[in-house]
Write a protein that binds this ligand. Structure first.
Ligand SMILES: [Fe+2]
Ligand SMILES: [Fe+2]
Length: 190
């Protein structure tokens, strides 16, 4: 497997979580309309929102964005792709924006705002990451494949495996995929 194949596969998992997040927002809004209350706590268990935030903080930001920021982007820069005013700068800026939305979602769960304060940053995050992933898949990774080549990208994947083991530890990745399956069964089932 190459580094870009690994990142593309992770993008599929992230997009699935974004679908779940959007479905949850629909359920929160429907619950509020029905109950007429700001905090429709019955509609969605807070534990689900907390595990989604954990997925976004650890799987997406720490692990996936870590692989991009600490390993792939520096290799692209060495290959001549510019950071400032170029695609890498844009990707970094979007990672930072995403962190802001995650902070706002966390603050909503911790504070008195209730679920209604969760909705806006959740939708903003889902929109941001959907566009971001499309740019990486269709532009940046295509560039990386051409510039770095399969042998270097296969080696880079080994570096990704080490980063994952160090930062999130063994078994964690699989646990996140089980969480995705569980939440998809709950929120994405027809
Ligand atoms: Fe990214
Ligand atoms: Fe990515």
């Amino acid at each position: 497997m190459t580094a870009t194949e690994d990142l593309r596969a992770e993008h599929e998992g992230v997009l699935r979580m974004l679908d779940i997040l959007r479905a949850i927002v629909v359920r929160i809004n429907a619950g509020q309309a029905e109950s007429g209350q700001i905090d429709a706590g019955q509609a969605v268990p807070v534990t689900h929102l907390e595990s989604i935030l954990e997925f976004l903080r650890v799987f997406v930001d720490k692990c996936h964005h870590g692989k991009e920021e600490d390993i792939l982007f520096p290799a692209l820069e060495q290959g001549g792709v510019t950071r400032e005013g170029g695609p890498i700068g844009v990707m970094l800026q979007e990672h930072a924006l995403g962190r802001g939305h995650i902070r706002d979602m966390g603050a909503a769960l911790a504070g008195q705002g209730g679920l209604s304060a969760f909705v806006a940053p959740a939708l903003a995050y889902a929109e941001l990451l959907t566009q971001h992933i499309a740019k990486e898949n269709n532009i940046l990774f295509v560039m990386a494949d051409r510039l770095l080549g399969a042998p270097a990208l296969t080696q880079m994947h080994e570096a990704f495996e080490r980063l994952e083991a160090e930062r999130i530890g063994p078994g964690r990745h699989e646990a996140f995929h089980r969480l995705l399956d569980d939440l998809a069964a709950e929120y994405l089932a027809a």
